[in-house]
Design a binder for this molecule. Structure first.
Ligand SMILES: [Zn+2]
Length: 243
């Protein structure tokens, strides 16, 4: 009898676990749900030859100015998702990024993946960017490209939109990729409306610096315009309204 009860209890527990798992699967949202709701932006599809180059984890004392020089040579605009801690350390570089027409986005204060710290780090970083540039950031890029309802909600509370990147435009410049491979990756996958992921800090970024002129030569020759992420989002919203 006891055995029977134990078996029944086990069965009920397993069923409950299965039901909970099933519910989670039903509730799990994918990229298209978030895109449809306009809660997260990856990229857009357009006939206009536009591309958004993005750089995470800076500013860096050496790599960021080198990248700014190259971008200026090509008249290219980019978006920098900065860490509050680095912006605080290099306010002059952040101000230069802003004053040269690039967009500044929020990438947490200290690269946290801890959801309990996210609200505070997001707010602190937006405040630092505002104190240095006089403009509040509009965009947030989550660390590691993680996204969820919680991240979207905390970003909204801070008047920030969540931005990722085109699935085929992660240059993997964070993993010792050589500059030719970084450039080839972007060039081979490029299509209008792409958002490309680079890093200007968080490690040795010599290869990214070296890859940039190759990429910008190609994009310029092929008549691409390098715009900010907010400009790209505006184009995306316009396209959606016309549909
Ligand atoms: Zn990062």
């Amino acid at each position: 009898m006891k055995k029977k009860i134990r078996r029944t209890v086990t069965y009920l527990l397993l069923s409950a676990c299965f039901f909970v798992q099933l519910q989670e699967q039903v509730n799990a949202k994918n990229r298209f749900d978030y895109e449809k709701d306009g809660d997260i932006f990856w990229d857009t599809e357009t006939d206009e030859k536009v591309i958004a180059l993005t750089f995470d984890d800076g500013p860096h004392s050496k790599y960021t100015p080198a990248m700014l020089d190259i971008l200026a040579d090509y008249g290219a605009k980019a978006t920098f998702f900065v860490l509050g801690a680095h912006a605080e350390k290099f306010p002059d570089i952040l101000y230069r990024q802003f004053s040269e027409g690039h967009e500044i986005g929020n990438h947490t204060y200290d690269h946290t993946t801890n959801l309990n710290k996210l609200r505070q780090e997001m707010k602190e970083t937006s405040d630092i960017i505002y104190a240095i540039t006089g403009t509040r950031p509009k965009l947030f890029r989550p660390v590691g490209g993680d996204y969820s309802d919680t991240i979207v909600r905390i970003a909204k509370e801070n008047q920030l939109s969540v931005v990722l990147w085109s699935w085929d435009q992660d240059t993997k410049d964070w993993s010792d990729t050589d500059y030719k491979a970084i450039a080839d990756h972007v060039i081979q996958n490029v299509s209008p409306g792409d958002v490309v992921l680079f890093h200007d800090a968080g490690g040795n970024r010599e290869e990214t610096v070296k890859a940039l002129p190759l990429i910008l030569d190609y994009l310029t020759e092929n008549e691409y315009e390098m715009i900010t992420v907010s400009e790209m989002i505006e184009k995306d919203e316009k396209l959606k309204r016309n549909e």
